[in-house]
Design a protein around this ligand. Structure first.
Ligand SMILES: [Mg+2]
Length: 246
């Protein structure tokens, strides 16, 4: 950004995309888990070893692909095409007027609204388009699989780089919602002041290839560090009233 460009003084809302802007009940994590498993098996790993490694990499790195690149030298773009790229998203998702209204009601004179995703930009943009909100999310900071040394949530560098891209210097200006408690905690630890954990408690989804009941590893309404926990996106109106049109 050139010195002549004016600094954007507005705060910024960072939206996780997968399993946050749509419900885990869409079944996308299940379809994704199957594809990632097939990818591990395609590397020549036996079935049980594939499951074990898939879950280990997810837990350790926040993303299976991070471990695959690090330990198996796979081509992340090939992985993206075969996993996210082959998801039948048009069958699993549809335009969401409630989400659209929520994003429309955010006061853009006060905040910018950006995506912050561990997916590659192709998948992120596809999801936003199908949900019918691509025009309401100004920019997406994504996981750059084309760089072999890419960062992802919950690594601090990923959040710091996102701030740099957006030209934000004060972490207390950051609003953030994510369905991963690890991601939210990592952002909170960097001083992101307005963190929300989106937790569809009790719903069954797939995490690192394993079925899991959402929320089984966290307490109810308030997580650590005053992180708010919500089960419906519309509750953001109550949690962040200052960023909505009056
Ligand atoms: Mg997510």
């Amino acid at each position: 950004m050139g010195a002549s460009e004016q600094q954007d003084e507005r705060s910024i809302v960072w939206l996780d995309i997968d399993n946050t802007l749509y419900s885990a009940s869409a079944g996308i994590s299940h379809a994704m888990g199957e594809r990632i498993h097939a990818y591990f098996v395609g590397l020549g790993l036996p079935d049980d070893e594939a499951s074990k490694l898939h879950h280990r990499y997810y837990s350790q790195y926040g993303l299976a692909i991070r471990g695959l690149v690090r330990h198996h030298q796979i081509d992340p773009l090939d992985f993206d095409r075969k996993c996210d790229g082959s998801l039948p998203l048009e069958e699993l998702l549809k335009p969401d007027p409630v989400l659209r209204k929520l994003l429309e009601d955010i006061d853009r004179t006060k905040v910018r609204v950006w995506g912050l995703t561990n997916a590659y930009y192709t998948h992120a943009n596809r999801v936003l388009r199908i949900l019918g909100v691509d025009d309401l999310v100004e920019n997406v900071v994504f996981c750059d699989y084309s760089n072999p040394d890419f960062n992802c949530k919950p690594e601090p560098e990923f959040f710091q780089n996102a701030m740099k891209i957006a030209g934000v210097t004060d972490p207390s200006q950051c609003y953030f919602i994510d369905d991963s408690l690890n991601n939210v905690k990592a952002a909170r630890a960097l001083g992101w002041d307005h963190c929300v954990h989106f937790c569809e408690r009790g719903l069954l989804h797939v995490e690192g290839g394993k079925p899991k009941y959402i929320g089984s590893d966290s307490q109810d309404s308030v997580a650590d560090d005053g992180i708010a926990v919500i089960t419906k996106l519309d509750e953001l109106r109550t949690v962040w009233p200052e960023i909505f049109k009056q």
